[in-house]
Design a protein around this ligand. Structure first.
Ligand SMILES: [Zn+2]
Length: 362
């Protein structure tokens, strides 16, 4: 089976954005009570928003399950304060939960966290617990820069983040390192800010002993790891000169890259450079690039095609990329998939060959 570890609800019905617009407008009027409020969307509208988009692409491209989270650019942690972010995150997460309820074979939830600039991430623990324990989510998106392009938070390796990491380890859920929109005009959000953040996070992980403190902590760096695979030699050299462990050893059980790279040569490089055990299939569909590549006649973000066509990896490696590694990094999906049409013998065989896999029933 094919698990896409990176999908956002970019096609949510208009009522969600209307809620957000009203919430932002209300920030100007502090006399209004601050409540979570209601996003009123009928099930039929949710179905319509997905049938012609994410579900259509799953069927056409031959992917099975998408690990699904709220629209990343919409997280907007820099807007308002922690209460603003909490209400907005809860609404977005509740909507993902409804999607996963309507299409339990197709989507598994990952949550947005109620981060806010200058607010320690301890405030995210309750929402993470709610999403994992009550809504059945299997991970979270963690924004390393809640300021939206000004980078005012400490590095991800700072003890500032440790209370949230402790909860992630306790719940056995990973985080995708994912920034949101940029309010700094120097950085286009999907073309610069996202890729900068991916590269920045990797370099932060390289320079500190975070994973000695948290051997079970797991991060997915999206968008193919930003500039990292292309500059692998630079990072290997930096690790050596800084007396850090070799990169393969440093990332082995803790840092994983997705395959949201939108051309064959980029995927070929990623698969050749990064250890196969550290690569998870992802497409970020429907997402940053929605058009067709005139050079191939196929959608840029149809990343499954590039992996299918990659010559440097064998079928066993492809099975790890498409399924086994995701089951290892997001162990809670195993319990979810057992109750679905994918809970078959083939899936369990793949689970067992995934390196380092520990069954998790929780
Ligand atoms: Zn994304």
């Amino acid at each position: 089976m094919v698990i896409d570890c990176h999908g956002h609800y970019t096609t949510a019905p208009k009522a969600l954005q209307a809620y957000r617009d009203a919430q932002i407008a209300a920030l100007e009027n502090r006399s209004q009570p601050r409540t979570k409020g209601i996003v009123d969307i009928p099930d039929d509208e949710i179905r319509a928003s997905l049938e012609g988009a994410q579900l259509k692409f799953q069927r056409e491209r031959g992917t099975d399950v998408t690990i699904f989270s709220p629209r990343a650019a919409g997280m907007g942690h820099h807007i308002g304060d922690a209460t603003t972010s909490l209400h907005w995150s809860q609404q977005c997460n509740d909507l993902i939960h409804r999607v996963c309820g309507l299409y339990s074979d197709n989507f598994i939830g990952v949550c947005q966290l109620p981060q806010s600039p200058g607010v320690p991430p301890d405030n995210c623990i309750d929402e993470l617990e709610r999403c994992v324990n009550e809504l059945g989510f299997v991970g979270c998106n963690l924004n390393p820069d809640p300021s939206g392009g000004h980078w005012t938070a400490p590095p991800l390796t700072d003890r500032y983040w440790y209370p949230l990491y402790e909860k992630m380890v306790e719940l056995d859920v990973p985080a995708m390192v994912h920034v949101s929109s940029s309010c700094n005009p120097n950085f286009h959000h999907t073309g610069a800010h996202y890729l900068n953040a991916d590269t920045t996070a990797f370099m932060q992980f390289l320079t500190a002993d975070l994973f000695k403190d948290f051997p079970a902590l797991r991060f997915i760096i999206p968008h193919g790891g930003g500039a990292v695979p292309y500059h692998w030699g630079r990072y290997r050299g930096l690790a050596q000169d800084l007396n850090r462990p070799p990169l393969g050893e440093l990332i082995r059980n803790n840092v994983f890259f997705d395959t949201c790279v939108y051309h064959q040569a980029g995927i070929d490089l990623l698969l050749k450079i990064v250890p196969i055990d550290n690569i998870l299939f992802g497409s970020e569909t429907v997402g940053a690039i929605r058009s067709i590549d005139p050079e191939t006649g196929h959608y840029f973000d149809d990343t499954k095609r590039y992996i299918d066509q990659a010559r440097s990896v064998n079928d066993a490696d492809k099975e790890k990329i498409f399924e086994g590694n995701a089951r290892k990094v997001y162990p809670r999906i195993n319990a979810r998939l057992k109750g679905s049409r994918y809970g078959d013998a083939r899936a369990h065989r793949t689970m067992n060959v995934a390196r380092g896999f520990q069954p998790s029933e929780s």
